[in-house]
Write a protein that binds this ligand. Structure first.
Ligand code: SOE
Length: 386
């Protein structure tokens, strides 16, 4: 028997669509004890929000998110709106005793993230942040390989997040689809948007990051606003940093929107004493694995097609060899959240984990600004690796 869970979502952009899809699909593929009910969506523009509600089956459409907070009918607020709105909505939702799911990055900056984390923890209600890539089956398999001790002592963690959609100087600052270039709306550039994905995955797989040394660049320094005015670009277009992990390994991280030909190359390679693994989101159904424990004449990188029933999440999807995609990672995340809700368990990454990630991202920007290594305040996510 499933029980209803009434959802109110803020935002009808890319993430509004992805999350709506997850609410609609989750009960078809997972035996979870709750059935999301799509109560209402909030967004600024009346005709757009109504059109979105019709298309995705939301029962109501509001132009002010406060209507969702005030509604006694809504159990959970899902924040899928621009970064500049997360803080206010999360604080109001927590004060009203709602469960909260929030898109990444958690906040515009560390101070906001800290306040939001304390607020949701004070409310005692479950919360989660949609760092969806933890729910890619191949990344789940990477986690399993590490936990089984197959890499041994880790020496190197090498991550990239490469895209190319802002190379043209004609891409505007601000507006639908390009608000990520506007500091007042996004908070930060690729460090917040892309590096945070890499950091969340890295902490999950390899543990806490103790110090960082960063370098950022703005390649196109002024752009037009949608209304034609010229604006100075203030967000980081590219962000590269070195990191030291608590386990003694060295990390390198590179995020950019200026890697011509790379569309969503979220990749990592981990080199350990006994083996290595490599993942690339552009081939997301595969994990590359090298084992130094194989007979020496058979050693070589193997490509694991991560679609078997024993691979993470895959028993819930199709037959072996029938791959899943980007949107399924959000369904997987939601399924985990709903199972955790039933058991009263913390589902990671939650606000506290995302606070840790935000601290690293902010330390990288501090380091780039001051030209010095920075030690972020660490351990805020408490134990890692769960
Ligand atoms: C940016 O282009 C973006 O949409 C990110 O905001 C997402 O988090 C990432 O998963 C894909 O790229």
């Amino acid at each position: 028997m499933t029980r209803p869970l009434n959802i109110g979502i803020v935002g009808y952009g890319f993430m509004g669509r992805v999350h709506s899809n997850a609410y609609l699909r989750v009960n078809q593929f997972f035996d979870v004890p709750f059935q999301p009910v799509l109560k209402a969506v909030a967004g600024r523009t009346r005709d757009k929000v109504e059109d979105f509600a019709r298309r995705w089956g939301w029962q109501g459409a509001e132009t002010d998110w406060r209507a969702l907070i005030d509604s006694k009918d809504i159990d959970l607020i899902d924040i899928a709106s621009t970064n500049d709105t997360h803080h206010e909505i999360a604080l109001a939702g927590a004060a009203a005793g709602k469960m909260i799911l929030c898109e990444k990055p958690l906040a515009m900056n560390l101070a906001q993230a800290r306040e939001m984390t304390l607020a949701v923890e004070k409310s005692g209600k479950p919360n989660m942040v949609w760092f969806n890539y933890r729910r890619v089956p191949a990344i789940g398999l990477a986690k399993q390989i590490i936990q089984e001790g197959r890499l041994g002592k880790v020496f190197h963690y090498r991550a990239t997040y490469l895209q190319d959609w802002t190379i043209s100087s004609k891409v505007p600052v601000g507006g639908t689809g390009t608000w990520r270039l506007d500091k007042d709306v996004a908070g930060a550039g690729v460090s917040g948007d892309l590096s945070t994905h890499n950091i969340d995955t890295a902490i999950w797989l390899n543990g806490l990051i103790t110090r960082v040394s960063g370098m950022t660049e703005i390649f196109v320094k002024s752009r037009q606003r949608p209304d034609g005015r010229t604006a100075r670009v203030e967000i980081d277009d590219a962000c590269t940093f070195l990191a030291r992990f608590a386990n003694g390994s060295n990390g390198t991280f590179e995020a950019t929107r200026y890697a011509r030909g790379r569309k969503n190359k979220n990749s990592f390679e981990i080199n350990g004493e006994k083996g290595s693994i490599y993942f690339d989101l552009e081939d997301m159904h595969q994990l590359q694995y090298f084992s130094h424990e194989d007979a020496s004449h058979l050693q070589g990188w193997r490509t694991i097609l991560v679609t078997a029933a024993e691979h993470p999440y895959m028993a819930n999807w199709w037959v072996p060899g029938a791959v899943i995609g980007y949107e399924h990672t959000f369904v997987n995340a939601l399924a985990d959240f709903l199972k955790g809700l039933e058991k009263g368990e913390r589902v990671r990454p939650d606000f506290r984990d995302a606070l840790e990630t935000q601290a690293i991202a902010e330390a990288v920007l501090d380091s780039a600004r001051t030209d010095k290594w920075v030690r972020p305040e660490i351990g805020m996510g408490q134990e890692f690796g769960a």
